[in-house]
Ligand binder design. Structure first.
Ligand SMILES: [Zn+2]
Length: 357
């Protein structure tokens, strides 16, 4: 494949090429002899993938197309034997689900107080792609029933709330820049009606003057500081709980900011610039959870939020129905489906040869 294919890409597509991750399965299709690559599919997020295709004259084209997947759901209850984490893995073969459960309750429940025989119940959603789990499972609601009390969690929008509709506080980040405006928001996938193609923006852009200081969004360790193609000068910081932040297009790094360095939340790490594929000085700020891009604006916050008005009414309705289903699962000891069985549900064949899936 000619390198010019990459070099001729526009700014947005080049930026997205930096999102190709090690460890993600990709697919190639060759001709009958196995010598010429006809097509390649490389996911850049749960929602979008790069599609390289060979034309009749041997030229290659590049386009972004949606990843086709199917959503499956399960709801189940388990008595605690060893720990929720180990029990969920044993019952479902799904370590990511176990991780999501523990993560969601970490701030509102002390797991060391759980005793054998007490119960947990989970309603969740899993994506299946070509017969394999895809992306992260999403817990829609969950509960822990101890002898003394019941603790509940409900996912509403992108956040978790308790049964009173108060948001359960997660990991907190600060804004990486002060007094700048957002010029581009996060989107996993959108159809551009004029360009007639799929786009994604896996971070938030803050427009600002060259030289404006950039702050570490949370405590962590720098795992990368250097040049990264379309993203220009980049610093990546690893934080606890599987979070990683990325700061791109930086003018320069602050002295001493190199791989391995531990930084505190709010510490200046560098300055806004326009390096890489960029049309003007701005900070591209990316946030990743377990390697997957998530919306940074969902976790940057100052105070805990409660739901009001119409949203609150919607929440109460959702909460009631989920509560009922979880209670029922606990009463009937509803066993979980194993991940392998969920994956076997007759899935759609991923027809990626047609435009837009
Ligand atoms: Zn950006």
């Amino acid at each position: 494949m000619p390198q010019s294919l990459y070099w001729n890409l526009d700014k947005d597509d080049k930026e997205l090429c930096e999102e190709i991750r090690a460890g993600i399965p990709y697919y190639t299709m060759t001709d009958d002899n196995g010598t010429v690559i006809e097509q390649v599919l490389i996911p850049i997020s749960d929602e979008l993938q790069i599609h390289l295709k060979r034309g009749r004259k041997g030229e290659y084209t590049f386009e972004m197309i949606p990843v086709i997947y199917q959503k499956v759901e399960d709801i189940f209850a388990l008595p605690v034997e060893r720990s929720p984490y180990l029990d969920i893995i044993k019952a479902t073969n799904n370590p990511l689900l176990a991780h999501a459960f523990v993560d969601a309750f970490k701030k509102s429940f002390d797991f060391t107080r759980l005793r054998k025989g007490e119960k947990i119940a989970i309603a969740y959603e899993e994506k299946i792609r070509l017969g394999h789990p895809w992306g992260l499972p999403v817990i829609k609601a969950a509960t822990i029933h101890t002898r003394r009390k019941k603790t509940w969690l409900f996912r509403f929008g992108d956040r978790y709330y308790n049964e009173k509709g108060r948001e359960v506080e997660g990991f907190l980040f600060r804004k990486p820049v002060n007094h700048v405006r957002i010029t581009s928001r996060f989107t996993l996938r959108r159809w551009h009606p004029i360009l007639h193609r799929y786009r994604a923006h896996l971070g938030v852009d803050f427009g600002g003057r060259t030289g404006t200081p950039i702050y570490a969004a949370a405590d962590g360790r720098i795992i990368f500081a250097g040049r990264l193609g379309g993203y220009g000068n980049v610093i990546k910081i690893r934080h606890r709980d599987g979070f990683m932040t990325l700061y791109a297009h930086m003018h320069k790094f602050r002295r001493g900011m190199h791989k391995g360095k531990y930084v505190k939340k709010g510490q200046v790490i560098g300055y806004i610039g326009s390096t890489g594929m960029s049309t003007g000085p701005h900070l591209h700020f990316g946030l990743y959870k377990n390697g997957r891009p998530i919306n940074p604006l969902g976790v940057i916050k100052v105070t805990k939020k409660s739901l009001y008005g119409k949203r609150r009414k919607e929440f109460i309705r959702y909460e009631k129905s989920m509560k009922k289903r979880l209670e029922k699962a606990v009463e009937s000891n509803k066993r979980p489906k194993k991940l392998d069985d969920l994956s076997r549900i007759d899935y759609c064949v991923d027809d990626n040869t047609s435009k837009g899936g």
